[in-house]
Write a protein that binds this ligand. Structure first.
Ligand SMILES: [Zn+2]
Length: 282
């Protein structure tokens, strides 16, 4: 059996020692985020320096998969965390790029036992099912419903309430998510930084796709957040914990846990670099 998980133990300890402001809530764990993959962008997708499997979010009796990129189903099964896709209630695509959506069809099949047990919902931008769709037509029949993500949209899936505050600056229609659970958990998906970005994602737990070490230039065709953007965001939001994920190759080479440590020192914010298989409980 291949073991895809290589958790840096030191980092895990740092996270275990983290104390939330409200101790009572921490003791009563009502949900978790499992990082099935923490890699992003083309080179990392191709060489799998990190898994590109996205996130599993559980809250009470509801399970949601976010951005099942290439290898999501394989990594999920290999991890042996007993996370069974049949228990999913829904899948969110923040956008249709391959590193976020490649495994959406197989994940929908696995969720519904190839349509034999029709259930669950897909949430995605309109262009994910429009022309050049990433979700096959026949697979769309397997779920109970498809809901389109729109700016200022509010959604409910059993125990999970979430909203989509603003359209991101990205070559395709892309959104981040704010989950209103026992804590506010925000996910800032792929985007170019813009002035009002941080104010849309006020949250206690902040997860950010930090693809690059260096800021993009105006001439760059790909709109992604850099380390400097991440620093600006966490300085303005000041969450209880800020988690970096969805790393590109240069940031992986510079060792994300070292970058997180430096940022924590600079900002005073608890910064954690996610690793494949990491579980965040709340
Ligand atoms: Zn993207």
């Amino acid at each position: 059996m291949l073991n895809f998980i290589d958790p840096p133990l030191k980092l895990h300890t740092v996270f275990q020692e983290h104390k939330m402001k409200d101790n009572t809530k921490v003791r009563v764990m009502e949900g978790f985020v499992r990082f099935i993959g923490t890699g992003g962008a083309r080179v990392v997708v191709a060489n799998q320096m990190r898994s590109t499997g996205g996130l599993w979010l559980n809250y009470r009796n509801t399970n949601l998969y976010i951005d099942p990129g290439p290898g999501a189903i394989v990594r999920l099964r290999a991890m042996q965390h007993h996370l069974d896709p049949q228990r999913l209630d829904g899948i969110i695509l923040t956008h249709k790029h391959l590193d976020h959506a490649n495994d959406v069809n197989i994940m929908m099949e696995a969720m519904t036992e190839s349509g034999h047990k029709r259930h669950g919902h897909l949430f995605c931008p309109e262009d994910a099912i429009g022309e050049d769709a990433v979700v096959f037509r026949y697979v769309r029949e397997y779920v109970e419903g498809i809901e389109l993500l729109k700016e200022n949209g509010s959604y409910r899936l059993k125990d999970i309430d979430f909203s989509v505050p603003v359209r991101h600056i990205h070559p395709v229609e892309a959104y981040g998510i704010v989950f209103r659970l026992n804590k506010r958990i925000a996910l800032i998906a792929d985007t170019r930084f813009f002035e009002h970005l941080p104010e849309h994602y006020q949250a206690e737990i902040l997860i950010v796709n930090v693809l690059r070490t260096k800021p993009i230039l105006d001439t760059d065709p790909i709109d992604h957040l850099s380390l400097a953007d991440f620093k600006e965001i966490i300085t303005r939001i000041r969450p209880e914990v800020a988690i970096m994920t969805h790393f590109g190759k240069t940031i992986i080479r510079e060792k994300p846990y070292l970058l997180a440590k430096a940022l924590k020192k600079e900002t005073g914010v608890e910064v954690v670099a996610a690793y494949d298989g990491m579980k965040l409980e709340f």
